[in-house]
Design a protein around this ligand. Sequence first.
Ligand SMILES: C[S@@+](CC[C@H](N)C(=O)[O-])C[C@H]1O[C@@H](n2cnc3c(N)ncnc32)[C@H](O)[C@@H]1O
Ligand code: SF4
Length: 396
Amino acid sequence: MKDLAHYMRPGTLQLGALPPLSLYVHLPWCIRKCPYCDFNSHEMKPGQLPEQDYLAAVVADLEQSLPQVWGRGVHSIFIGGGTPSLFSPEGIDRLLADIRARLRLEADCEVTLEANPGTFEKDRFRAFRDAGVTRLSVGVQSFNDAHLKAVGRVHDRAQAIAACEEAADAFDTFNIDLMYALPGQTLAHLEADLSQALSLSPPHLSVYHLTLEPNTYFAKFPPVVPSDDEAFAMLDRITERTGAAGMARYEVSAYAREGHRCWHNVNYWQFGDYLGLGAGAHGKLSFAHRVLRQVRYRDPARYMDAARAGDAVAQEEEVARADLPFEYMLNALRLREGFLLRDFTERTGLPLSAIEPALARAEARGLLAREPGRARPTERGFDFLSDLQAMFLPNP
Ligand SMILES: C[S@@+](CC[C@H](N)C(=O)[O-])C[C@H]1O[C@@H](n2cnc3c(N)ncnc32)[C@H](O)[C@@H]1O
Ligand code: SF4
């Protein structure tokens, strides 16, 4: 890790102010690897988790990173994975105390923890809340036993329902993760999953199209999944049904009741900053004259060694000036409400003239709408999002 003067030296960008800062902590273990999953997660028996050593490494990593975020308040923390609910509530309590002792958390700091709906995890939900977690994200995926089996989940429908009920009781706000276009799933199955999810009145739903990611078991042995047309029909139903239940689709995959958007994810999409701690964690940090991206060592053992030795960062690079418009749009155009033109200038350090021609072209194609001080994707722009985003590539 370089010294602070290196990050503060003059550069080609001029950021007017630093964006809000979030903290991401990656806990990289799961009981079993799901066949579709390309996240940095590794199989581990719960009893064998090197919890103390890992958390000590995360805190060492945080200490080494402090000069890069000196004096800045933290608006949200996201403890993701992997399966963070495999960690003990005492471990999470200590982790949050260690973070609070080193960083200034804003009074309303959102603290999310990802949980799997296994029975032994459900019994810990209240203890996670007592440790300071304010928001639980439950990885349900489906309420259909056959489909849960088809995507290799370790829990069943009954456990998923029990976990969501417990999350609703224990937390003021929580999220359910669902996936659709699952092997063997019909529109009627999807409707049933949605009805079940909505009957639990979740304040927030994340619904993802199952993707067959490279380097997963499913990439090697692809299951038969619904056609693109069927998947489109499913997405339409998801938007309709959630809308009727009072949830707005505020981002491509995110639906929320008023006041329950995920602050942490919104900060990513608004091109805010985040310090990423833990194995393979990604981070983005702004300085007066540059925007930096970092990646920590991916292998948990290697990460722990590196953090203990004083530098857990495997890769660090400045975002090139020419790449900033696309990087910004990749995030901001995922939001239904788009972005403030002022935020573009503030967060990239570039003048508006850098994107003016692309904005005009996107508007002419009906993919983007402009209002005073703001630009947002149109209905059509949302449907053809990657085309819209690509218009901001350095040489389209
Ligand atoms: C980082 S995962 C962690 C949550 C937790 N470990 C779990 O699986 O329940 C976050 C979410 O991403 C979604 N996801 C993961 N892999 C996916 C894939 N290949 N296609 C679509 N969604 C995926 C799942 O809904 C999952 O809950
Ligand atoms: S439980 Fe979540 S993070 Fe773990 S392998 Fe399955 S999808 Fe990936």
